[in-house]
Design a protein around this ligand. Structure first.
Ligand code: ADP
Length: 270
């Protein structure tokens, strides 16, 4: 397209015709390289569970006369199939969010509903690790958005908080209004993220520790999805973390206008 070049944080410079052509070729090459990387990554990520399933299927056939072994292999096949299903689901989510489809209309969404939905979806995983979820959401917060996307984003943050926290800890979920944004924060007392990885965790397929991530069944797409949801809503997601102490992920989504407030909380005339 015809666009300017941004030089650092400086002004936008509109290049002459020759520079413009060069810029577009470079940009096209860069986009192509990113696309190739992505396809290679997807292929690699799919190979692992598919390969495991093939091996397990073979093993099951060889163990047909031992019901206990068959059970054990079948359970592992289930696990790999679940992982594959999650990966495919998240890839589809991500491609939708990246604008392959038009963005659904933004409508007033109650933050309380989004928080309740995400907490509900995380409760079982938290309980399995004896992790408490402490929720403190300012009542009456309304943003403009797509409820399903916001709930998915917050669920991803909560699922990570559970996955990367030791048993018996507490995860705090807070929501408040601040400078025109709804600020939704998820704070855990988990393993934290090393400084050098902090800026990269929002990249597709980026994981701090491959072995750790595969043990938790992660896909490496969760935070990329959160980032796209945030930017589709005109918001942002940030992370604060200290290794060994824990992490806070903060999702900021523009507040709705007064007209978006639900009628039953509209004000004193009622
Ligand atoms: P995954 O499916 O692997 O969790 P994500 O995109 O959700 O992928 O997260 C990317 C990486 O960021 C994770 O693999 C993990 O290393 C790190 N991470 C995300 N959330 C947390 C957290 N709350 N505490 C510690 N590390 C985290």
């Amino acid at each position: 397209g015809v666009h300017g070049i941004r030089l650092g944080s400086g002004p936008v410079v509109t290049p002459g015709p020759v520079a413009l052509v060069l810029t577009d070729v470079t940009e096209a090459r860069r986009v192509e390289a990113v696309r190739r990387d992505f396809v290679a990554n997807v292929g690699h990520e799919l190979k692992t569970p598919v390969g495991a399933l093939a091996l397990l299927a073979e093993a099951v056939q060889g163990a047909a006369d031992d019901p206990e072994t068959v059970q054990r292999f079948a359970a592992r096949m289930q696990h790999e199939a679940d992982r594959l299903a999650r990966l495919v689901r998240e890839l589809i989510d991500l491609s939708r969010l990246q604008g392959a489809e038009p963005l659904p209309e933004l409508v007033p969404v109650a933050v309380g509903t989004v928080v309740a939905e995400a907490v509900d979806r995380t409760r079982a995983a938290a309980a399995a690790k004896d992790i408490q979820l402490a929720v403190a959401a300012q009542p009456g917060l309304v943003v403009r958005g797509v409820e399903a996307q916001l709930a998915t984003a917050l669920t991803n943050l909560l699922a990570n908080a559970v996955a990367y926290s030791p048993p018996g800890t507490t995860i705090a979920v807070g929501a408040r209004a601040r400078s025109g944004f709804a600020e939704i924060a998820v704070t855990d007392s988990g393993i934290g993220i090393p400084r050098s990885d902090r800026s990269r965790v929002f990249e597709r397929f980026y994981r701090v520790d491959q072995s750790r991530a595969s043990a938790t069944g992660g896909t490496g797409l969760g935070l990329a999805i959160v980032k796209h949801v945030a930017s589709n809503h005109g918001g942002a997601v940030t992370v604060w973390s200290e290794e060994g102490l824990g992490s806070t992920f903060t999702l900021r989504i523009p507040l709705g206008t007064d007209a978006d407030q639900p009628a039953d909380e509209a004000g004193p005339e009622r």
